[in-house]
Design a protein around this ligand. Structure first.
Ligand code: NDP
Length: 504
């Protein structure tokens, strides 16, 4: 990163309203917000953390650790224990003991009480969790406070309700837990992904060993404290921090009965190979390149809000992000003009500021990947545009960016960029929209914007995507299943369906 404030402003070419002079003066001028930082004082970040095994924080056997930093400032937050194969083995043994002796024997209504208790403590400590998530991940406090933490608690409430009703979930009269679940999660929604994994596993009677992402371990470790506070029996939840090798040890461990992974398609493929030929059950939630389809009869202002939410929410670090905008040719110019005007009002900067819309990119590696693919987009001939914005001098930052004139062959139309970068394609007929939307190796999500209910149903039926949002985007609810087709993985998380992956 440059060591001074960076201003970005580039023009896309002759049709760009900025260059043709039709665009109004910088709309941010009308919205001058005073800083409104959330206090860090609510969180007590320790200087070092051990692994959470058998209900206690323990030092890793080899004594090695790594640093977790704030991506917004590059400040070192804490030293975190790095779990070796031996540590993973101890965690799996603890999980097996807890499974055999306690958790699998406990009536569902008793397991449910623990899950309700965890959910309530998460609500009570929600401010602490939100601030910590924002500091460690770089996402705006508005998102961690209003989306991540409440939705994470909602998952525990929801699955707590299923714990004593499993025989009514549609998986036979006597569904049984699988045993020990090994779970590996990414850095984009650290606490929320943890709850997607742990809540259904525990409700179904399994015990877990979970590995958080290397860059975002802190809320998982605070969750471990919550397990202690809830008096969860030791060994039911174990948290092993570390890098890819730790994840690989969890997946490969002989005594793990179920593997649940969210992350890149590349690592998902490696995991599928590792577990092939074993008795392990697997669910994989991988990448995406969602089409967000805007028809000419859509309410355009709402559609623009949906486009912005679809790609700039969480800096675009969202597997189901609406990263490909398919807009009907007859309204393309108007949509682009409104979109650029709206993008110019996005506030980028301090994630702890309650006014911030777009926070920091999670890591230097991810920032480099976003730069690389954006440069490829430009080199392949797409028009690049970002609103004028000042980026902080330290930390990892990327301005909201839109590429116009993108074709199916462009890499930015096919590959997951996982950043605040939108590729815009046009179409003329509904059939063309469907054809282009489905022309992707992924199949996780999609959005449809139109006034016609019949068209929503027709398009949704044709789309090969696990989730299709109509006149909205990025809506998450614990009662609703989520998962993909093709290279987006297999298995479903959330809802009644989410229990299936944890029951025999
Ligand atoms: P990864 O898929 O590498 O990471 C996801 C999780 O898997 C992390 O906890 C990671 O650990 C762990 N892991 C890494 N290697 C292995 C392995 N061999 N066996 C088991 N677990 C492993 O994603 P990255 O964080 O490296 O991001 C790379 C790209 O993946 C991004 O640029 C983005 O495009 C995509 N991505 C997609 C996500 C999605 O939800 N669709 C989520 C995250 C990333 P560690 O953190 O130490 O690497």
């Amino acid at each position: 990163m440059a060591d001074t404030s960076v201003s970005t402003s580039s023009a896309t070419g002759a049709t760009d309203p900025e260059t043709t002079g039709t665009r109004p003066a910088d709309p941010r001028a009308a919205f001058d917000y005073a800083p409104a930082p959330e206090s860090r004082a609510v969180v007590d970040i320790r200087s070092s953390y051990g692994l959470f095994v058998n209900g206690e924080f323990v030092d890793p056997v080899g004594g090695t650790s790594f640093k977790t930093i704030s991506p917004a400032t590059e400040e070192v937050l804490a030293e975190v224990g790095e779990a070796s194969v031996e540590d993973v083995d101890l965690a799996v043994r603890a999980a097996r003991r807890a499974y055999t002796r306690v958790w699998s024997k406990m009536p569902g209504r008793e397991r449910g009480k623990y899950l309700f208790r965890i959910a309530r403590i998460m609500q009570e400590r929600s401010r602490e969790l939100a601030v910590l998530e924002t500091i460690d991940n770089g996402k705006p406090i508005r998102e961690s406070r209003d989306v991540d933490v409440p939705t994470a608690a909602a998952h525990f409430f929801y699955y707590a309700g299923w714990a004593d009703k499993l025989e009514h979930a549609g998986f036979g009269n006597d569904p049984r837990p699988l045993g020990v679940a090994g779970q590996v999660i990414p850095w984009n929604f650290p606490l929320l992904m943890l709850s997607w994994k742990i809540a259904p596993a525990l409700a179904a009677g399994n015990t877990v060993v979970l590995k958080p992402a290397e860059t975002t371990p802190l809320t998982a470790l605070l969750f471990a404290e919550i397990c202690q506070q809830a008096d969860l029996p030791p060994g039911v939840v174990n948290i092993v921090t570390g890098a890819g090798e730790t994840g690989s040890a969890v997946v490969a461990h002989d005594d793990v009965d179920k593997v649940a992974f969210t992350g890149s398609t590349e690592v998902g493929r490696m995991i599928a190979k590792t577990v092939a030929g074993t008795d392990k059950r697997v669910t994989l939630e991988l990448g995406g390149k969602a089409a967000n389809i805007v028809f000419d009869d859509a309410p355009l202002d709402q559609a623009v809000e949906g486009i912005v939410n679809g790609i700039f929410f969480n800096q675009g670090h969202v597997c189901c992000a609406g990263s490909r905008l398919l807009v009907q040719e007859s309204v393309a110019d108007e949509v682009m003009e409104r979109l650029k005007r709206r993008m110019s009002t996005l506030r980028i900067g301090d994630p702890l500021d309650k006014n911030t819309d777009v926070g920091a990119i999670n890591s230097a590696e991810q920032l480099a990947k976003i730069h690389e693919l954006s440069d490829v987009g430009e080199a392949e001939g797409a028009g690049r545009w970002s609103p004028p914005c000042d980026l902080p001098a330290r930390g990892f930052w990327f301005p909201p960016t839109v590429f116009t004139g993108v074709s199916q062959a462009h890499r930015i139309a096919r590959e997951e960029i996982f950043g605040p970068v939108l590729s815009v394609l046009t179409f003329r007929t509904p059939a063309e929209a469907v054809e282009k939307a489905n022309n992707s190796p992924f199949g996780l999500s999609a959005g449809v914007w139109t006034d016609k209910g019949s068209r929503i149903l027709w398009v949704a039926n044709q789309l090969r995507a696990g989730v299709v949002w109509a006149n909205t985007f990025n809506k998450f609810d614990p009662t609703s299943p989520f998962g993909g087709y093709k290279e987006s993985g297999y298995g479903r998380e959330g809802g009644r369906h989410g229990l299936e992956g944890y029951l025999a």
